[in-house]
Design a protein. Structure first.
Length: 201
């Protein structure tokens, strides 16, 4: 429900994985095959000599000594800027409002996500199968949506918790006065494992 570009992230992870796989394969081959090890040694020697020849090919007066050094620093700054922009694009989309209605001359009514969270906790106060809840609001393509998390008690019936979630969604729609996209997530965790079971398993 957030603004993270999952397709781009998967492509980057796939490329990084292929690069690491290729590097690992080449390293393993260099340790097993003498010919590959000799080729690696020759390539490494060539690469060590290459920067010196490159810098001398484009001299520059001053401390930098070469245009290639300036280009390298600029490339590092550009890469850092792109990395910061990519990190800033991850996540996002979260909001504290689930509803907003403007009435000309009377003001604006805003419904906070905290109201929905409090209503959900109150509705489940006597429910022994749910240990905890979480409610958050997110911007979606069609407007605002909710993410409803339910933490199940050990031994609880998934079917009953799913029915409870359906009732909660209908109650939220009634509370807001209009239907809202809701992502329901039923989970377990450390608290589930240490809590006493609601019934025999």
């Amino acid at each position: 429900m957030n603004h993270t570009n999952r397709a781009l992230n998967r492509i980057l992870l796939a490329l990084a994985g292929l690069g690491l796989l290729a590097a690992g394969t080449a390293t393993a081959a260099a340790g097993i095959l003498p010919d590959v090890a000799a080729a690696w040694a020759a390539t490494g020697s060539t690469l060590m000599d290459w920067p010196g020849h490159l810098f001398s090919a484009a001299p520059l007066p001053g401390p930098a000594r070469s245009w290639w050094a300036v280009a390298g620093v600029a490339a590092l700054i550009l890469a850092a800027g792109l990395s910061i922009a990519w990190l800033a694009s991850q996540g996002g989309g979260r909001t504290t409002h689930v509803g907003r209605e403007e009435d000309s001359g009377r003001g604006t009514t805003v419904i906070e996500a905290g109201l929905v969270s409090a209503a959900v906790k109150q509705a489940l106060a006597s429910n022994r199968q749910v240990l905890g809840t979480s409610v958050s609001a997110w911007h979606t393509k069609g407007g605002t949506g909710l993410r409803l998390g339910l933490q199940a008690r050990q031994g609880a019936s998934p079917r009953e918790i799913a029915d409870t979630a359906d009732e909660l969604v209908r109650g939220i729609d009634t509370l807001l006065g209009h239907p809202l996209p809701v992502l329901v997530r039923i989970t377990s965790g450390t608290r589930t494992k240490v809590a006493a079971p609601d019934r025999a398993r």
